[in-house]
Design a protein. Structure first.
Lengths: 370, 514
């Protein structure tokens, strides 16, 4: 067995290379299509493409926008990765973001908001609220057999409208009619890591979350159980694992990440207050990140970084040229299509491998079969 | 000339399972042709090919002497073939006549001619003696009448050839007689019936010709008048060379597991296990013999804690394990090799190491304070890969990439890594190559020799005869016969009990029931 570790290491390296290649290939094809579309629709196509490709990295301020987006996409990507590992298709991150943001707002606009505890308590409240919002569809599925896709989407609407209603009606605001709350006290807003940018404490939380989710999935028995449930729930049950408990807990933890993202939005440098419809559909884009990263937590931040660049590039292209940001929707759709067409068919890989090569005897005694 | 004829029909499923291997079938016009064989013999696959649900990979299908191939059921229906499945496809809220005409409604323009539909269905049901009220909502009908609606559906579409897939499986005895009356009247009026079954007395009563299938092949075609039940049973079960595995003499005095009055109800509300008693002692292998679907799988699942029971007690060493969870049962020394390794026994996407440790996630050696000990898990995998000669590239290889035999070895290695007290085994060598079969047999007998109580079920009689100390025959959820495994015990003897042809005298049974 002396050669086993090298074999293992080489297959892992191969996997990384293969997956990276596949993701980059998808991105290149999608960008090529984008180029064609831009050439047909824009009066100054080269300028538009240059903006898309270079603008996010051009100034310290835009780099800040890019990194901030990447941090947030990392969190939502992790939240989706977790439920995907348990083979649950909960779509609830968006709702968790709104509920988490609301909970954080109530904490920081209370007398606690002007104390040192505003940031930790705001985050905690956001995570608890998000966790509850993730728990509900899980529990409904386990107990009532409710489809988690439907119930989590419905909970998204409830959270968005609740946030809308409370901002309009009851939360304190600077002027009648504006759709934002009062600015949060300085003690409640994440300090910026780089002055005059949006890069704040949220980046640290994103990196910490990557490590925690990776550790939980691959180094704890909860993570192994979760992955076994995702691979084959009947097998998990036969092994003495309770699939429903694991499923509900995965959705709850994913909800806590969603809640944390809510706190990162409203307590971050970007806003520092609660407004209606603040997340601009970013939460949902975690699906893309999770799919391209194949739900692997350590790959999530890299995918988030690349996707955030595209996202910012598109928005700057929208502002500065005659090409609308919606063009990037095509890029996104193509990447999802290309990557997920292999993602959803893991059996094909297995089959190809079975037919391509005979399993090599790994042990000396393998030949000594009775 | 035969009305419908299959010559050398071969069907290989994508997983590599050869369901039909050069099968021949020749059905004359106006006869009742029975196709018999054990479950998994390939009867249903052949019928699905005749009805266009499955497409053959090789061979020819002749209808009226002309070569045909049905791409879908629609084409088969248009050619005059109709099929009634075991599971009906009726709309419960629709009336009988609506179900019958649905899809081929009589109409004038876009208007549905309700009266015409009702009178046509009534005429059809009288003509073929399939008594059913066309105006009744289908959900109110008993199963036997629902089946008549299904037959009427096929007849309404002018089926010349009617395929009935195990039609008697869901019927009570008097309903069976009524069905037979209808079948006879169908044949009298020139229709042809293909009748799938594995209950021999019924087959002998209703059919004119019988085709016997075994393990995807046709064994032969016989005239019903020229064969006895016993000969038919022999053809079905087959005589195979039995390999016997050497077994040590063991102390079999201690009763490890006992099951009393076990009842298990399935989703359809029938008692698949119906008051079953059995005991398994340390150091013996008890083989559960039966045609598949007679409750053996449910018995094993109930003992393993994967299926809720309706009544009865299950004890391991005098402790009632009824209220215990799967994990608690495992802690008491229960191990189980499930029927279907891919859907129950393994997580194909997980690594070999993860699969080997999946049942031990409460064990301090592998998990402490919720954290995995990756080194211990890897060492465990490496040791088991060595001990069970699993051919794999290393502990981190996904189980799904292994061959069938090696996958099964992973299951066996996990369950037998520690000596179990009670081992449940179901289909241990299905789809496993000969070398691995030998190895798995050896491993199971080793566990027995070291004092494990083994309860085993298998569709392969030769396997049960090779390994078992005692054999219990299960029929319709009850033990109907029990034998000590002696060299003179033949598959034919078991076969008659498996098929419910006879019941063993109580004294004989008591002797082997212990």
């Amino acid at each position: 067995m002396t050669d086993a570790p090298t074999i293992v290491a080489s297959t892992r390296w191969q996997t990384i290379r293969r997956e990276t290649g596949r993701a980059l290939g998808a991105a290149l094809i999608a960008l090529a299509v984008t180029c064609i579309i831009v050439f047909f629709t824009s009066k100054a196509p080269l300028e538009a493409l240059t903006t898309l490709a270079t603008a996010p990295a051009s100034r310290i301020r835009t780099i800040g926008l890019w990194i901030d987006d990447a941090a947030k996409l990392t969190i939502t990507g992790l939240a989706f990765s977790l439920v995907f590992h348990a083979r649950q298709f909960s779509m609830g991150v968006q709702g968790q973001v709104y509920i988490g943001a609301l909970a954080a707002t109530y904490v920081v606009l209370s007398p606690l908001g002007v104390t040192w505890a505003a940031i930790p308590l705001g985050m905690l409240a956001a995570m608890l609220a998000g966790g509850l919002w993730g728990f509900l569809p899980g529990y409904a599925k386990a107990r009532l057999g409710a489809n988690e896709i439907v119930s989590s989407l419905m909970l998204n609407y409830i959270a968005i409208e609740l946030c809308n209603f409370l901002v309009r009606v009851s939360l304190p605001k600077p002027l009648v009619g504006v759709l934002t709350t009062n600015d949060f006290p300085d003690t409640a807003v994440y300090p910026a890591l780089v002055a005059n940018t949006r890069i704040d404490l949220g980046l640290i939380w994103a990196l910490v979350a990557v490590l925690i989710v990776w550790f939980a999935l691959y180094r704890t028995s909860w993570g192994l159980k979760l992955r076994l449930v995702g691979h084959n729930a009947r097998f998990a049950e036969y092994s003495g694992i309770r699939p429903t408990t694991i499923m509900v807990s995965a959705m709850t933890v994913s909800g806590m990440l969603g809640g944390l993202l809510g706190s990162m939005f409203v307590q971050g440098q970007t806003y520092g207050k609660l407004t209606v419809l603040f997340e601009g559909n970013l939460a949902f884009e975690g699906i893309l990140v999770a799919i391209v990263a194949r739900a692997r937590p350590l790959a999530v931040p890299f995918v988030a970084l690349a996707y955030a660049y595209l996202r910012q590039g598109a928005q700057l292209m929208n502002i500065r040229t005659d090409v609308p940001a919606e063009v990037i929707g095509i890029v996104t759709a193509l990447i999802i299509l290309l990557v997920s067409s292999t993602y959803s068919l893991p059996g094909r890989k297995v089959l190809a491998r079975l037919f391509r090569r005979e399993p090599k005897p790994a042990t000396a005694s393998a030949t000594g079969e009775v | 000339m035969a009305l419908i004829e299959a010559i050398g029909v071969t069907k290989v499923y994508p997983g590599g399972l050869v369901a039909n291997d050069a099968v021949n079938l020749s059905v004359e016009k106006g006869e009742v042709h029975a196709v018999v064989g054990e479950n998994g013999a390939g009867k249903s696959t052949l019928m699905k090919i005749l009805f266009g649900i499955e497409q053959m990979n090789g061979g020819t299908l002749l209808l009226d002497g002309k070569s045909v191939a049905f791409a879908n059921p629609r084409e088969a229906i248009d050619a005059g073939v109709g099929m009634v499945f075991q599971h009906f496809s009726l709309v419960p809220s629709f009336a009988v006549y609506e179900n019958v005409v649905m899809g081929s409604e009589p109409h004038r323009g876009i208007r549905f001619e309700r009266d015409k539909a009702i009178s046509e269905v009534r005429a059809l049901s009288e003509k073929f003696r399939l008594q059913v009220d066309p105006l009744q909502p289908t959900r109110n009908l008993p199963v036997g009448q629902q089946q008549r609606v299904e037959i009427l559906k096929a007849l309404y579409r002018n089926a010349r050839i009617l395929i009935l897939d195990e039609p008697t499986a869901v019927l009570a005895p008097q309903e069976v007689q009524e069905l037979f009356v209808a079948i006879r009247s169908l044949v009298e009026q020139g229709r042809t019936v293909i009748f799938i079954a594995h209950k021999l007395p019924e087959v002998l009563e209703i059919s004119d010709t019988i085709t016997v299938m075994r393990q995807g092949k046709t064994v032969g075609q016989v005239k019903t008048k020229q064969i006895t039940e016993k000969e038919l049973a022999t053809m079905m079960v087959g005589r195979e060379v039995t390999l016997r595995v050497d077994r040590k003499a063991t102390d079999q005095s201690v009763c490890v597991a006992s099951v009393e009055g076990l009842r298990v109800r399935n989703a359809r509300g029938t008692d698949v296990v119906d008051g079953l008693d059995l005991k398994v002692h340390a150091g013996e292998i008890v083989g559960l013999v039966g045609v598949e679907g007679n409750g053996q799988a449910e018995v094993l699942e109930a003992i393993a804690g994967l299926r809720s029971t309706k009544s009865g007690t299950i004890k391991i060493a005098d402790e009632d394990i009824g209220p215990l969870t799967v994990l608690e049962r495992r802690w008491r020394g229960l191990a189980s090799i499930p029927e279907d390794r891919l859907s129950e026994g393994l997580a194909p996407g997980g690594s070999v190491a993860e699969n080997l440790v999946a049942t031990k996630l409460a064990d301090k050696r592998y998990v402490r304070r919720g954290l995995l000990d990756l080194n211990a898990i890897k060492a465990n995998a490496q040791a088991l890969i060595q001990r069970f000669s699993i051919r794999v590239n290393g502990p981190n290889a996904p189980v799904g990439t292994l061959s069938g035999g090696n996958m099964q070895k992973v299951v066996v290695a996990r369950e037998l890594s520690e000596q179990p007290r009670l081992l449940l085994v179901s289909q241990p060598t299905r789809g496993v190559d000969l070398g691995s079969t030998q190895f798995i047999w050896r491993t199971i007998t080793d566990a027995r020799d070291q004092g494990a109580a083994v309860l085993m079920s298998s569709a392969d009689l030769s396997e049960l005869l090779a390994l078992s100390d005692r054999l219990l025959v299960i029929y319709r959820g009850r033990i109907v016969a029990a034998f000590l495994n002696r060299p003179d015990l033949s598959p034919e003897t078991l076969g008659t009990y498996m098929l419910g042809l006879s019941t063993q005298p109580a004294e004989d049974m008591k002797m082997a029931l212990r």
